[in-house]
Design a protein. Structure first.
Length: 494
């Protein structure tokens, strides 16, 4: 490891973690929003600086209390971690800018300060997951982000938000339990929780039943958190009934960070074992990924609630990311990591557009969208951009990552897989077209009230993500290079 201690790593986690109790003590919505906004943008600035420093320092660390690993907890940042913290920080900053007007409409005023406290905790947890070098500390951050997510979802006015949050809590707890059982088994066999140490010790005991069971527990637990089909049942309700800004933030970050955890376990902790050659994981992951791509897309076609439609779409898109992992090549891994980034942009823009419709008209179903293309042209245009990217239309980010995945499948000699990627993308045309047809080809209902004016604080973040969806689709050099560097760094462990 390069000897490059960087205190910005701990600051990345501490800033939002300390902001959370301050928001509670303030008990004032405007003050809590102001603090959260400053912290979120400061985190983005730190993330960009760290990513730039990775160009000259491939690995950075921060040792808590000055204790060397494995005796102490170590924060580590490499290219794949830098890529993930950038995604979380960008979405966090834009979501916090978007949040003020949206939650004033959707969350009871006496609970708004709690919303900001939970958002700060969730942000801190997600960032901590991406930089910790300790398997148990990862569990701690995973639970910080999960517990705050349960509260955030339950803050919705719809009573179904409570049942959705409870279902997420149950499934999330099962996933966390499986993960910690797997970590406990590894600790029993190795005596360490440090990921770098685990990667050097595990090859000598990889063929033991305990380590095989540990990997199985870890894979299932993370797949539950990831919402990989068929372990996805908590996700549609959580996204559909949570406040709009919560759906934006979780859809664009939480499952992406869970995929990062899966990558970290397979390619770092078990990096010197080569899990795909040693264990029968590849066919299992590939089957689940393909099932997600087709079954979830078909489920999305039959949804009338727009948020549920996009939630099932997210399950399908998770399938594409996991498929890149399952191809088990540098090109496939690049495609999966790139789609992780690209999906955050497009799905963030889509859910922000839906949130703007909810703010202006209360629209959440297809019928509510009749004539919306004429009533809210800017909002619907952003939705169409995100929808085209879901399909994979050229000049959008969705096309770029799907092209990389198809190329990876062909390079690996898996041409039927490439055909299935293309075929599943066609299903997205159906559910995206359903929205476009209702919004643009149907007349405005008679007597429909004029939509409320959507504030710039909501329009600007929405269009920032929509324009990034186009920009990184037209000029994909930066995002592709970062994804390739991250994939190469991970594959170095195999």
């Amino acid at each position: 490891m390069t000897d490059a201690s960087n205190p910005l790593l701990i600051l990345l986690v501490i800033l939002p973690l300390m902001a959370a109790p301050v928001c509670v003590l303030m008990r004032n919505a405007v003050a809590a929003w102001s603090l959260s906004l400053v912290v979120a943008w400061a985190v983005l600035g730190i993330s960009i600086k760290l990513l730039m420093e990775l160009n000259t320092t491939p690995t950075m660390y921060y040792r808590i209390g000055g204790w060397d690993a494995p005796w102490g907890i170590e924060y580590v940042l490499d290219p794949v971690g830098g890529f993930v913290i950038l995604i979380v920080a960008v979405i966090g900053a834009l979501s916090m800018t978007y949040a003020k007007a949206s939650i004033e409409k959707e969350i009871p005023s006496e609970r708004i300060y709690l919303f900001y406290a939970m958002m700060m905790l969730c942000l801190s947890g997600l960032l901590g997951i991406a930089i910790t070098g300790d398997a148990f500390n990862l569990f701690v951050f995973l639970e910080i982000s999960s517990l705050s997510s349960y509260v955030l979802i339950s803050l919705g006015r719809d009573r179904r938000a409570l049942s959705s949050a409870f279902k997420y809590l149950v499934m999330g707890t099962i996933g966390a339990t499986f993960y910690i059982i797997g970590v406990g088994m590894m600790y029993m066999m190795t005596g360490t929780l440090n990921m770098a140490d685990l990667s050097t010790i595990l090859p000598t005991i990889a063929d033991t039943r305990t380590i095989m069971a540990a990997l199985a527990f870890l894979t299932v637990g993370i797949s539950l958190k990831l919402a990989l089909f068929p372990l996805h049942m908590w996700l549609p309700g959580a996204y559909a009934f949570a406040p709009s800004v919560v759906t934006v933030f979780l859809a664009a970050t939480a499952t992406k960070v869970s995929l990062y955890v899966l990558l970290r376990i397979f390619y770092t902790v078990f990096g010197n074992v080569d899990v795909f050659a040693t264990f029968p994981i590849q066919p299992l992951l590939m089957t689940m990924a393909l099932a997600a791509m087709f079954v979830a897309s078909l489920a999305a076609i039959w949804q009338h609630n727009i948020k549920r439609m996009l939630a099932y779409s997210s399950v399908a898109q998770i399938g594409y990311m996991v498929l890149g992992v399952a191809i088990a090549s540098e090109a496939g891994l690049t495609g999966g990591i790139l789609h992780l980034f690209n999906h955050a942009l497009m799905k963030g823009a889509l859910f922000m557009a839906v949130g703007a419709m909810v703010f202006a008209t209360g629209a959440v179903t297809l019928k509510d969208l009749e004539g919306m293309g004429r009533r809210m042209p800017l909002v619907m245009a952003a939705f169409v951009v995100g929808g085209l990217s879901l399909i994979g239309v050229p000049l959008t980010v969705g096309f770029v990552s799907k092209w990389v995945l198809v190329s990876a499948a062909l390079d690996a000699g898996m041409w039927p897989l490439a055909a299935l990627i293309l075929a599943s993308s066609l299903l997205a045309i159906v559910y995206v077209w359903r929205v476009v047809e209702v919004a643009y080809l149907r007349p405005v209902p008679e007597g429909a009230p004029a939509p409320a004016q959507v504030p710039l604080s909501m329009l600007l973040p929405m269009w920032a993500l929509a324009l990034m969806t186009l920009w990184f689709g037209i000029n994909a050099t930066l995002s592709t290079d970062l994804a390739t560097q991250a994939a190469r760094n991970l594959m170095g462990g195999l």
